[in-house]
Ligand binder design. Structure first.
Ligand code: 5GP
Length: 114
């Protein structure tokens, strides 16, 4: 699988503000935040896009959401609400081809998205 800048963040080769880590998952603040809280929750395993998720990845993908919920609690946005997003490929607006769950909160979100 092709490495991206996120592999360098996992290996601490470039800096990031890390808010959570375990053996399988890393979460860090987005460098270009779109909301007062904008955190990326990523698997350490390289999965380029949603299209590349296999049935064996199901527990890992589930854990991304468990971590997202814990982060929302820790960041104080669980009660006010937040949005989780996976962008997929060009039309989805994906720029980094290493699966990542955006957790956005701290302001009202518009719907539908632009
Ligand atoms: P995508 O558009 O692929 O769904 O989201 C990629 C996200 O990664 C963007 O929100 C972008 O700001 C963020 N990002 C890109 N490069 C870096 C980086 O080097 N460090 C951090 N913390 N975030 C990054």
């Amino acid at each position: 699988m092709q490495e991206t800048i996120f592999s360098k963040i996992i290996r601490r080769e470039i800096p990031a503000t890390i808010v959570f880590e375990n053996e399988r998952i890393l979460a860090f603040r987005d460098i270009n935040p779109q909301a007062p809280v904008h955190i990326l929750v990523i698997p350490k395993k390289i999965i380029p896009t949603l299209n590349d998720i296999t049935p064996e990845d199901a527990p890992l993908i589930g854990e991304l959401f468990v971590v997202a919920g814990q982060i929302a609690q820790a960041e104080g946005i669980a009660e006010t609400g937040y949005r989780t997003i996976f962008n997929c490929r060009d039309d989805g607006g994906q720029e980094v081809y290493h699966l990542h769950l955006h957790v956005l909160g701290g302001r009202p979100m518009r719907w539908p998205p632009g």
